[in-house]
Design a protein around this ligand. Structure first.
Ligand SMILES: *Cc1c(COP(=O)(O)O)cnc(C)c1O
Length: 415
């Protein structure tokens, strides 16, 4: 049974009524299921066993409580900023299970990461490699490095979340990679340990991953012939999730076992960096219908959550299912579910067949990934609260912001 289910016509998350949660904690509100996060993580980790490490991509949902759930399981973490590193450490994550990606790591970032002893730097350019060598040298250390290669494969996902094509800013062109490895091998404060790639997000077939892996393995074998034997192979983010019925996605375990099969008897450990597929399905975004507004050709349900809270629909034309928190059995019409922000792009869903009344709460499903983390204070709105549900226990993972919180960092002129 899904962690989200109806009981007496009320949508529940684990054993808790989302209606009660919305009443007690207010809306808009993010709710996450601990059980769903743990299950998804095990979907990868149990198949992987001792052949490697799952490094959860922190950017998908960086709430401390979420990171803590994963740290307790022994997860690794993929970070893209120092802020994410500090969050991982504060949540009880182990530095030696952290890999550090990102195209713009600066000297201070590299220094801090070296200080705490992360597992690996996923280096994205020759310039970064040289700065890392200098910084590590000043600390009398050797930096463990994996070169992020760009395998030039089409992930066939939304262009904004496609990262493995030649024209993207990420990684080092695979045809250049050998040269970079040889330079890395010569630098005194660099220790070459791996190779990595990340071709994009919300990929729903295994083919692009397997194409990228084939190219990566050719490189690994060529390097081995030249005396550079890598310790690990990192294939980047996880598979896409099923947002709507027409999306077909492979099982997490199939994804891992097919990769392991391709690696075969090679000695390398496997690192995976799934984000979305660990947390997306674990979360819902609850928002209340403030007004129903009928125009000549549209039914608008105006809700109290908007694109500042959940930007995926506005940014990527992403479709997420919208369910009523309380099922009603009257006449249903097709609603445009729109937010309070002064932008026409501010919608959560178009043309949704629902039976709604003013004051009802709806749940935007599959909002655990790239939801709260992409939220902002646009229109001077307080960011939503976040709850972690564990059976019938409610943990306030982040309290709702106040107007005072919003203004705390700002000052008016003195004269
Ligand atoms: C975003 C990102 C991920 C996570 O991708 P998902 O599709 O959320 O699994 C992993 N690795 C890197 C380098 C990323 O930028």
């Amino acid at each position: 049974m899904s962690v989200f289910h109806y009981q007496n016509n009320i949508l529940h998350i684990e054993s808790m009524s989302t209606r009660v949660l919305a009443l007690d904690y207010g809306t808009p509100l993010y709710v996450y299921s601990r059980q769903a996060i743990e299950q998804a993580w095990h979907g990868y980790a149990d198949t992987l066993g001792d052949r490697g490490l799952v490094c959860y991509a922190v950017k998908a949902n960086s709430n401390l409580a979420v990171l803590n759930i994963l740290a307790r399981l022994g997860s690794g973490f993929d970070i893209v900023s120092i802020g994410e590193l500090e969050r991982v450490l504060a949540a009880g994550g182990q530095a030696d299970r952290v890999v550090f990606s990102g195209v713009a790591k600066q000297a201070d970032d590299l220094k801090r990461a070296l200080q705490v002893g992360i597992r690996c730097f996923n280096v994205e350019s020759l310039a970064e490699l040289r700065v890392l060598n200098t910084v590590a040298g000043s600390m009398d250390l050797q930096a463990p490095v994996s070169i992020r290669v760009n395998p030039d494969v089409d992930a066939k996902t939304h262009p904004y979340i496609s990262t493995g094509l030649k024209h993207n800013k990420f990684g080092i062109d695979i045809t250049e990679a050998e040269k970079v490895y040889h330079e890395a091998d010569r630098l005194p404060h660099i220790r070459v340990v791996g190779v990595d790639c990340h071709i994009g997000s919300q990929i729903t077939t295994l083919e692009p991953f397997m194409d990228a892996l084939d190219r990566l393995l050719q490189l690994v074998d060529r390097l081995a012939d030249q005396g550079i034997v890598l310790e690990h192979l990192d294939v980047g983010g996880g598979i896409g999730v099923q947002y709507q019925e027409s999306d077909t996605v492979p099982a997490l375990s199939d994804y891992v076992s097919q990769i392991l099969a391709k690696i075969g008897k090679r000695p390398q450990q496997l690192i995976l960096e799934p984000g979305r597929s660990i947390v997306a399905k674990a979360g819902a975004f609850l928002t209340k219908v403030v007004y129903l507004k009928e125009t000549a050709d549209h039914h608008f349900a105006i809700v109290d959550g908007g694109m500042n809270d959940l930007i995926r629909p506005a940014l990527y034309q992403a479709w997420q299912e919208i369910k009523p928190v309380k099922q009603r059995f009257g006449e249903s019409v097709r609603w445009d579910i729109v937010g309070p922000i002064c932008e026409t792009a501010d919608f959560l869903g178009h043309d949704r067949l629902l039976t709604l009344q003013q004051g009802d709460v709806v749940a935007v499903m599959d909002s655990g990934a790239y939801g709260f983390v992409m939220s902002s204070n646009y229109n001077a709105r307080n960011r939503a609260a976040e709850l972690v549900i564990d059976g019938d226990q409610v943990h306030v993972a982040r309290r709702r912001e106040t107007i005072k919180d919003q203004m705390a960092l700002e000052t008016i002129l003195k004269s």
